[in-house]
Design a binder for this molecule. Structure first.
Ligand SMILES: Nc1nc2c(ncn2[C@@H]2O[C@@H]3COP(=O)(O)O[C@H]4[C@@H](O)[C@H](n5cnc6c(=O)[nH]c(N)nc65)O[C@@H]4COP(=O)(O)O[C@H]3[C@H]2O)c(=O)[nH]1
Length: 766
């Protein structure tokens, strides 16, 4: 409150008199302001009191004012000072002057009156304030009670944090508390599942029967859909007027006001809460909305926590799954197989029974992978896994060890022949082709069988023996099954050893090329040499190509080996050329070289890369290089093969078909592919002089080749008679022991020199 000054306490009325007047003539007033000349704007002379008048009734006012001490105060003087002045001079009133002019009078009484007035006002205000305070206190108490209840409800929700799933009864307590707190007639909590459907729905204010009739809330429609989809709260005073007030099922009690809040954590909406119609008919307030929102927030924490726990649980489950199952085929892996095998063995031991272990390996999986790609390869493995699983009995296990290796575990066998029956069933099953993408793929298997307790008493032994038997089955031409025998073990061990050594052979420089001359039948001159690989291993000795080429093809090692052969053969041919023998070198190609996958970084097929590198490095003219391909290479992946062959042809390389007549011999490809030479297989040449059908075949091939303007090389010529016969047929070139066995590079060169001498001396070839 402002400081009190004299201006605030002026006496409302004061009698103004002239100095010459006599008090008796004026009305009886407590105080007179005395002026000279005029009462309005005359000179102020002083104050006269009723007491003065009483004491000196016959005096004029001039006498009275002169007689009195004259003290005055200003308008801005504080009342304290004015009162002090009055005290000092023993006065009850003081004139108030402003710039010498009289403006009024202040008295003890007038000051007191103002003070009293002020106090009254203050009191009144204090009373009002007190009343307000009391009301606010009451409200604070009620709000803190509400908050306490809300916290109680939230707390009960938060207790579920330790649980993995939301429990309906907790949600029920939640919605009941919230509806009670906000005095809402109806309330419901709806929680969505992962697919967005309401899977928890608790309600209050409606009975179970009605709830049943209400049934599911259609998702995404109407007001509640808006709350969920837009993650916003809604507070409506009259739902019916809202354009989106559809979405409540038809049996839902009519509702007027609505408060709906999303249950959301960050941007993830878990569901929504709605409350409707306050009991007292009031509208939902902002505070109600805040409370509901705070409750929904607590609930969202619970739900978010539950989601996280669920995710961790699933991750754990999938880790567990990954530890025991193969991710590609969903079959048990080695770890789980071990468990099952241990169980089967101990049971068989107790019951005096047998356990069968079938080791399966797909026959040409690597080729499939290389030719139609890894994705199709994976598809094939999945289909094979499925087929094998489908044909087994319930207690049997099929597991994938990795790659294209599967194990079938047959516990509780009473007869070893039962294992053979299963193996037969699998072989038959895999006889039909699989549709993989746009390809029809055949996936035969080789199966090795070992039996507990005959072949081993533990898992490692049984697996290793079944593996050995499987190798044996492969050796016997694949697509069959073999029971383990100790001899097999030895041959399997040898195969494994061979593979181990073969992997190191290139870097250890263990390969050499031998060369077998090819002779022009007419002139007797050497027109080329076929490069034939030899492997000299310090431990194994000389290994024949027939013994390691199939293994190199199976393992894919043929690709780097083939690249080495190309380089070495080209260098050798360059040497011959530089030394006066511009003859061709013929190099055998494997299908794996043709069916390598071209990576995105490679601008051309890897085989073309290898060939061009070999030519570049050796500086050999392309026409002195001949590539021998088999009929089977031509038959697979026609488009890619055709592309590669055309590219090779464009470079100027000569192309021949090896072992002609032994394969599919589809004559149409002879026209379609850019072939230069046919090599008649030595099996036909062998009996050409004695076997009329071989004779006819070789004759037919030669005539056909002549028609197609292809050159013919007959392989495996061992005798003069064979040579003569071929000469008559006008076969162009011959190759065989009759002229020479494959020779080392040095011997080959010596042979060239010797033949050259002979030719110069005019000797003929036979
Ligand atoms: N009985 C008899 N045999 C004869 C006669 N003349 C030649 N031979 C043999 O017949 C095989 C001819 O090679 P191929 O049909 O291409 O058959 C080859 C070829 O398919 C493969 N091979 C050899 N070297 C390579 C190579 O560098 N790469 C590839 N991919 N395969 C190769 O190994 C197979 C066997 O090669 P080799 O053991 O060197 O056996 C050679 C050769 O020594 C004969 O008058 N009588």
């Amino acid at each position: 409150m402002d400081r009190l000054i004299v201006r605030d306490c002026l006496l409302p009325q004061i009698s103004r008199v002239l100095e010459e007047e006599r008090p008796g003539t004026v009305s009886n007033q407590p105080l007179y302001a005395v002026f000279r000349e005029s009462v309005d704007n005359g000179i102020f002379c002083g104050l006269a009191t009723a007491q003065d008048v009483m004491q000196h009734p016959s005096w004029i006012f001039a006498d009275l004012t002169e007689h009195r001490e004259s003290k005055c105060v200003s308008l801005d003087m504080s009342v304290d000072r004015a009162l002090r002045t009055m005290d000092q001079h023993d006065l009850d009133a003081l004139p108030v002057l402003e710039q010498q002019s009289f403006v009024g009078v202040v008295t003890r009484q007038s000051i007191l009156n103002v003070l009293l007035q002020r106090e009254r006002t203050l009191l009144k205000q204090t009373r009002i304030l007190n009343k307000r305070l009391a009301e606010e206190h009451e409200q604070i108490v009620s709000w803190s009670e509400k908050l306490a209840k809300l916290h109680e409800a939230s707390r009960s929700l938060l207790t579920v944090l330790a649980h993995t799933s939301i429990q309906n009864d907790l949600l029920q307590i939640g919605i009941e508390s919230l509806a009670e707190l906000l005095e809402a007639r109806y309330g419901a909590i709806g929680i969505l599942d992962a697919s967005g459907e309401l899977n928890h729905f608790v309600y209050t204010g409606i009975n179970a029967e009605l709830a049943e009739r209400i049934g599911q809330f259609p998702q995404g429609k109407g007001l509640l859909g808006v709350v969920i989809q837009n993650n916003v709260s809604l507070r409506l005073d009259d739902m019916s007027s809202h354009p989106q007030s559809v979405g409540f099922p038809e049996h839902h009690p009519p509702m007027k006001t609505l408060l709906a809040v999303p249950i959301a954590y960050h941007d993830r909406v878990y569901g929504r809460i709605y409350l409707s119609d306050k009991e007292n008919g009031e509208l939902f307030s902002k505070q109600d909305e805040d409370l509901a929102f705070s409750f929904a927030h607590s609930l969202s924490l619970v739900l978010d926590n539950a989601r996280e726990i669920e995710e961790v649980k699933q991750a754990r489950q999938s880790l567990d799954y990954m530890a025991h199952f193969d991710a590609l085929t969903d079959l048990p892996n080695r770890t789980l197989l071990k468990d099952r095998m241990d169980q089967a063995i101990s049971q068989a031991q107790r019951k005096q029974r047998m356990v069968g272990v079938l080791f399966l390996d797909l026959d040409n999986f690597k080729v499939v992978n290389d030719t139609i790609g890894h994705t199709c390869g994976d598809e094939l493995l999945k289909s094979v896994a499925q087929q094998i699983s489908d044909c087994l009995r319930e207690g049997d296990t099929v597991a994938r060890l990795g790659g294209d290796e599967f194990i079938v575990l047959l516990p509780d066998l009473s007869d070893t022949q039962d294992a053979a029956k299963v193996a037969n069933k699998i072989l038959e099953l895999l006889n039909s082709p699989f549709d993989i993408g746009q390809h029809e793929v055949y996936a035969s298997v080789s199966i090795g069988i070992s039996i507990y307790p005959h072949n081993s008493k533990n898992m490692e032994g049984l697996l290793s023996n079944a593996d050995g038997a499987m190798y044996y089955a492969k050796k016997l031409g694949k697509n069959n099954y073999q029971f383990f025998t100790p001899e097999m073990n030895r041959s399997a061990q040898q195969y494994i050893k061979l593979e181990k050594y073969l992997r190191r052979a290139l870097e250890q420089n263990e390969f050499v090329l031998h060369y077998q001359p090819q002779v022009d039948v007419k002139t007797g001159r050497i027109i080329g040499m076929e490069a034939l690989i030899r492997w000299m291993n310090p431990k194994l000795g000389l290994v024949n190509p027939a013994d390691f080429i199939p293994l190199a093809e199976d393992t894919g090692l043929i690709v780097p080996i083939g690249a080495w052969v190309l380089k070495t053969a080209c260098k050798q041919a360059k040497f011959w050329q530089q030394n006066g023998f511009p003859i061709r070198v013929a190099v055998n190609m494997s299908s794996r070289q043709f069916h390598q996958i071209q990576s995105q970084q490679q601008s051309q097929h890897p085989l073309l890369d290898d060939v061009l590198n070999a030519l570049d490095e050796s500086d050999l003219p392309p026409e002195l290089l001949e590539l021998e391909i088999t009929e089977s290479i031509l038959m697979q992946h026609l488009d890619t093969t055709m592309e590669i062959l055309n590219a090779l042809k464009n470079i100027g390389i000569r192309l021949s078909i090896d072992d002609f007549g032994t394969g599919y011999s589809s004559l149409s490809y002879l026209k379609r592919f850019p072939i230069d030479i046919l090599k008649i297989d030595k099996s036909f040449v062998n009996d050409i002089t004695t076997d009329p059908s071989d004779k006819a075949i070789v004759a037919a091939i030669t005539v056909m080749a002549q028609q197609l303007k292809l050159e013919v090389v007959a392989e495996g010529v061992e005798t003069l008679a064979q040579l003569e016969f071929l000469r008559k047929l006008q076969c162009n070139f011959v190759q065989g022991y009759y002229f020479s066995k494959p020779l080392s590079a040095d011997d080959g060169y010596a042979y060239l020199l010797a033949q050259d001498d002979l030719n110069r001396m005019g000797a003929s070839i036979g």
